[in-house]
Each structure stands twice: as C-alpha cells, then as structure tokens.
Design a protein around this ligand. Structure first.
Ligand code: S3P
Length: 446
C-alpha cells in the first residue's frame, strides 16, 4: 500500500452547504440485512466508503445479490435466514471492525466456515469480545494470538440461544450476538448496562423482525429477539453520518467567521453526544427542521465559528454516545479557552488505533498543552489555536487523519499527516468537501 503525506493549511472562514455522506453504522447494517432478507431491499444514500464496500463484497461472497444502479441506489436480494453460503476465499475486511464483528455474528448462525482477515490496524484489534459469546452459541473459532485476526469461524449446525451480559459497552458485540441469535432456536437476549447505539434493534424491526427492549431494575436493558425468522426486504434511506459531520462542525467552530450548513444529519440520542458536548463548550450550533425519517431523528445543522469555545468536563457516562468523536473533540478542546477533561476512555485504546495515544502525541507535536492517563485526557487550551507545524502519525486511523487535517485549518503553521489514505474508509470526499467550504489541504511531497 502506498502512503500519501498530506498537509492542511490555515483556512479562510468556511462557508457553504456541505453534503455529508451516509451513516456508516446504518450503511453496514442495510447491506447485511438486505443481503439476508427475502425480497428486494433498496438503499438510498449508502456510504460508499471502503469499509462498507468490504461489507457488500463479503455478503456477495456468501451468496447475496447486491448491486448499485447507475443512479447510485443500491439493490439487495437476500438469501434468507440460514441461507448464507460458505465463501470460497478468505474474507478481506480491510480496516473495518464493524463489518468483521457483525459478519462474525451472521456466520455464527450458519453452519459454514469463514476466514476473516484485515489490514495492519484491524489485525491488531481484540476479537475475544465476540469470540466468547459466539462460542457459547456453539461456534468454533481459531484465531491468531490474543484473539486477533486472521481468524476462522465455523458456525454450529444448531445455534444456541443465549442470554449475554455485555462486559464492555459495545454496539458491535451486542449486534454480533443478536445476529447469531437470528438463527437460534428460542430467544436470544443481550443485557447492556450502558446504552449503546441501537441501529441493529431499530433496523431489524424495519426489516420485520420484532425486537423487545425491557428496562431492568438496575437501570440496565434487556434486548431480545426470537430466532428462526426471515427478514423482509424494505427501503432504507440512510441519513447523513453525525460522526462524519463532526469534522466540518469542529472546523467551522475553530475557524472564526465561518458559517456552514449540513442537512439531514442523524440525531439519534445514542450518537449525538459530541453535539451536546460542543454546545456545553459554547458552540453556536443551530438544529433546524428536526424530524423523523426512516424511523430515525434527523436535523439540519447550522454551525457558526464565533471563536468562543470554553473548556469543560465531559461526563464519562456520555462516552458511548460519542465514542468515535473524541479525536475531533480533542481538536476543539485544543482551541478552547480553559481546561477540558475527558474520562472513561479505555475503549479508545482499541479502536482503529490507540486513539488516546495518537491524539496525545499528535497534539503535543502541534504545541498543545495536555496530559494523558490510562483512560483519560486533559487538554489546557488558551483560547486560541495552537501553533501547529507538527507532523503526525495516523496509524491507519481515518478519524485521527481527519482530526489533524481539521486542526491545521486553524493553526498558523500547517499540520501534516503521514498518510491520508485511511480517510477513504469512512469519508471518501472529505478533502473535496473541505476545499469547497474554504479549506486548504494538499499532498505533501517529501
Ligand atoms: C459501531 C460501534 C462502535 C463504533 C464503530 C461503529 C457500530 O464500536 O466505534 O465505529 O456500527 O456498531 P463499539 O461497538 O466497539 O464501541
């Protein structure tokens, strides 16, 4: 793989309307559920990033009929629950943890053998968290050391329904167990003590599979479904991704005088912690036309850069609702006035990279005053952007790469990343979109 260094230079005030690509979590699930459902599933607004293309390719390799028409609308004809075929080759999942963990769940409900492999980032990520419940459901798994990829999983002849309490707040683990449970005889339940994104629950219902959610006495929730049901094809309108929208949002906030609009942004309350946090920091973000589309809350956002962000304490209870947004929040905090504390961040260490470490080192290299602990980060902003001028390692992590490109839009010296290629996994038009708004980023030839 060739790498491409990229530099981001101080931007003029950002202006315009930015069309943010489709939500990654909903796109993955649309392809998986469409590839399983009986009848046609039509998907509008699918995110065509590399991660989702890996999901489409994997579902095709297991027998689903998935095409994109010349208008960019995706059509799936699925194989029915229990109908996935054994692929002839290894499934290469690239950088995508969501594809891998959810597809492992689907394979756990089929008596087929599948080998999953990934890139240098994915092959380091822990899979034990999904291997454990899948083994309880009857799957056999052989993995590389430490429960890592490459791994081979054979689904059982009869998948066992289980009741599984999540040891980590993870929508991927919850979804994996539920998807294996689709083939099990009886009711599979997942208990989560901290709410995580609920797209699997919402979308399975839209595909005709009842999912029950029960509030337990201790504040936890039990999510249950009964196996042996087919999904029915449906039409999905994928809203724009709030995690992707967070990058232009913070860019507009830290480049004074900016005013941008982003339409049709998913506002699911288990996803929008970054917007709550930025508002608490004093951000000028207006939510217009709040409405429900395809069963999800969406809104149009207007963001104005007034140069008045202040440091705050981010409550640890909010972490799951903004789990992917800490890198870009750290950029906002670096330009804010005062101290921002972030705690409960242990999961950041096992994302596409060790995000806590990558942000700490990258921000330090760009003149930010900060401290890091095992699961926390404290950033002391002085009310204006740091000096910049640093070169940052991105470790195959799209969100680290985009966060530092945004930082460079506000610093007086350019910020350089070692590789822009990972951005394609979730936000393929990021650079063009930022240019259209007034950003200035380009390849750096070393
Ligand atoms: C995702 C869940 C989150 C998130 C990831 C997408 C999903 O991971 O970080 O980008 O679509 O279910 P965890 O469930 O591991 O926290």
């Amino acid at each position: 793989m060739t790498t491409q260094k990229f530099s981001s230079y101080k931007a003029r005030p950002l202006k315009g309307i930015a069309q943010i690509p489709g939500d990654k979590s909903i796109s993955h699930r649309s392809l998986m559920f469409g590839g399983l459902a009986i009848g046609e599933t039509v998907i509008h607004g699918l995110l065509e990033g590399e991660d989702c293309i890996h999901t489409a390719d994997a579902m095709r390799a297991m027998g689903a009929d998935i095409i994109c028409d010349d208008k960019g609308v995706w059509h799936c004809h699925g194989v029915g629950t229990g109908g996935l075929n054994e692929p002839t080759d290894i499934l290469e999942m690239g950088n995508s943890g969501t594809s891998t963990r959810l597809l492992m769940g689907l394979v756990g409900g089929h008596n087929i053998t599948v080998t999953f492999s990934g890139d240098g980032s994915l092959n380091k990520r822990p899979m034990g968290r999904v291997i454990k419940p899948l083994e309880q459901m009857g799957a056999k798994v052989m993995s590389a050391d430490g429960g890592r990829l490459p791994l081979t999983i054979t689904g059982p002849e009869d998948t066992l329904a289980i009741k599984y309490k999540l040891p980590v707040a993870s929508a991927q683990v919850k979804s994996c167990v539920m998807l294996a449970g689709l083939s099990a005889a009886g009711t599979t339940s997942v208990i989560e003590t901290t709410p995580t994104r609920d797209h699997t629950e919402n979308m399975l219902r839209a595909f005709g599979v009842p999912v029950e959610v029960e509030d337990l006495e201790d504040g936890a929730q039990k999510i249950s479904l009964t196996g042996g049901q087919d999904l029915k094809g449906t039409t999905v309108h994928v809203p724009s991704d709030p995690s992707s929208a967070a990058f232009p949002t913070v860019a507009a906030l830290i480049v004074e005088g900016s005013e941008i609009e982003m339409r049709n942004i998913l506002m699911n309350d288990r996803r929008n912690g970054i917007y709550t946090t930025l508002k608490e920091m004093g951000a000028d973000i207006e939510f217009k036309n709040e409405r429900i589309e395809s069963g999800e809350d969406v809104a149009d956002l207007i963001v104005r850069g007034t140069g008045s962000l202040k440091g705050i304490d981010v409550p640890a209870s909010r972490v799951p609702s903004m789990i992917d947004e800490f890198p870009i929040l750290a950029v906002a905090a670096s330009c804010a006035n005062g101290t921002t504390t972030m705690t409960g961040l242990e999961e950041l260490r096992v994302k596409e990279s060790d995000r806590l470490l990558m942000m700490f080192e990258g921000l330090k290299a760009n003149g930010v005053d900060l401290e890091m602990g095992e699961d926390w980060l404290t950033i002391r902003g002085n009310g204006s952007p740091p000096t910049g001028g640093g070169e940052v390692e991105t470790a195959l992590d799209h969100r680290i790469a985009m966060s530092f490109m945004v930082l460079g839009m506000a610093t007086s010296n350019p910020v350089t990343i070692d590789d822009s290629a990972p951005i394609r996994t979730s936000f393929p038009n990021f650079v063009d979109l930022m240019h259209d708004l007034g950003g200035n980023m380009m390849p750096k030839n070393s």
